[in-house]
Every structure is written in structure tokens, then in C-alpha cells.
Design a protein around this ligand. Structure first.
Ligand code: GRF
Length: 200
């Protein structure tokens, strides 16, 4: 039986694309059953449409109150029955109710070596600017389970890259992104195909 993957994304979707490409190339028994996005027409949405992956737009502003928003997200996920959810550049916080409903089923990728440079204000180029300002010698990316705080849950794995003397935030971002494109698919495949990781 194929494992069911749901991806959440708000941005260009390069991690989403890398994940889909790796899964397709290796013919893994994993199928992406949905993309959830808070940003209609973002790059990730275009990728999903091209591949025939159902898109679910979930925007807080379209619901009268927070609990209606959470209920809508919850019922989408109930229907999709994911074995794993991946936040691949998803900028909104996943509601605590959802985190509690799906323990150890939601992972995130973050472009720094957590716990350094994580939290609400560390996203996109800001992360790499902060890493260079702090004169770090090494950076990288982290895949972790999510909990009720931004960039905080248990770390699954990290990939590292040295900081080069002529690095700019942009050059570092590109190098870390290439690491992300390898690390994220590797962890997804591990979690969904290795019985040790999902308790079967
Ligand atoms: C990545 O750097 C990821 O680590 C972070 O958001 C960015 C998304 O990039 N959470 P992309 O949309 O996958 O290109």
C-alpha cells in the first residue's frame, strides 16, 4: 500500500519539487495526496497543478473565526488521512489543535542549524543574514518534528555547509537550499519506508 504524503507550502516550492522528483525517480511507494497552501498561486501551487496533485487553499482570513479555520483544516486532513505531513516553506503556524491531533506526523524543514536561528522572525533571507552577522563558521538545514512552537520540535537530522569568506546571504541561501533538496526527500523516504521510524 502506498504511503500518503501531504505537503504544506507557501512559497516557490523548490523543496516540494525536489521531493516529488526524488519520489518519482526512485519509484517509492509514496504518493503525494495533497498540497495545502495559504498563498493562492504560489509556485508550489503551480507545481501541484502541473502534476495533478489536489490543492487545498486554507486561509485564516476566509473563516469567520479561528475555530472554524481549525475545523476546516482538520476536516481536510481527516479526509486525506496522511501518513506524513511535510511543511516545505509553509509560513503560517500550524494550529496547536492539529499538532495534537497528529503526533509525530508533521515535519518541517528549516534553513539553519536549529536551535540556532529559529523562531518566528527567522525565515527566508533573514536567516542567512543573521548567520553571517553572527560570524558563524558553519550553517546548514534541519528537518524536525513540529510542536506547538516555531522551529522547536525534536530534531530528526541536519546537513551542514561551511561558511565561505566571500559568502553573501544570497550565496549561503543557495548552498543551504541545495542541501535541503537532498535532506528533505531522504528523511521523508526514511520515515515512510523504514518500519523502525513509523512503529510497524
Ligand atoms: C526553505 O528554505 C525552507 O527551509 C524554509 O522555507 C524555504 C522554502 O523554499 N522553511 P522553497 O519554497 O522550497 O523554495
Amino acid at each position: 500500500m502506498n504511503k500518503r504524503l501531504v505537503v504544506f507550502a507557501s512559497g516557490s516550492g523548490s523543496n516540494f519539487q525536489a521531493l516529488l522528483d526524488t519520489l518519482a525517480a526512485g519509484n517509492y511507494p509514496i504518493v503525494c495526496v495533497g498540497l495545502c497552501t495559504d498563498r493562492p498561486e504560489c509556485g508550489a501551487e503551480t507545481i501541484a497543478i502541473k502534476r495533478g496533485i489536489p490543492v487545498f487553499r486554507i486561509r485564516r482570513g476566509e473563516y469567520s473565526d479561528y475555530s472554524a479555520y481549525v475545523d476546516a483544516m482538520s476536516s481536510i486532513l481527516e479526509k486525506l488521512q496522511p501518513d506524513l505531513m511535510v511543511l516545505a516553506g509553509y509560513l503560517k503556524k500550524i494550529p496547536n489543535e492539529i499538532v495534537r491531533q497528529w503526533p509525530l506526523k508533521i515535519i518541517n524543514i528549516h534553513p539553519s542549524l536549529l536551535p540556532k536561528f529559529g523562531g518566528k522572525h527567522f525565515y527566508g533571507i533573514h536567516v542567512h543574514q543573521a548567520v553571517l552577522e553572527a560570524q558563524e563558521e558553519v550553517s546548514g538545514c534541519t528537518v524536525h518534528y513540529i510542536d506547538e512552537h516555531y522551529d522547536h520540535g525534536d530534531i530528526i537530522q541536519q546537513a551542514h555547509t561551511p561558511i565561505l569568506t566571500d559568502d553573501t546571504p544570497e550565496s549561503l541561501q543557495q548552498r543551504v537550499l541545495s542541501l535541503e533538496h537532498r535532506l528533505l526527500p531522504e528523511i521523508v523516504i526514511q520515515l515512510l519506508t523504514d518500519p523502525i521510524h513509523h512503529g510497524e
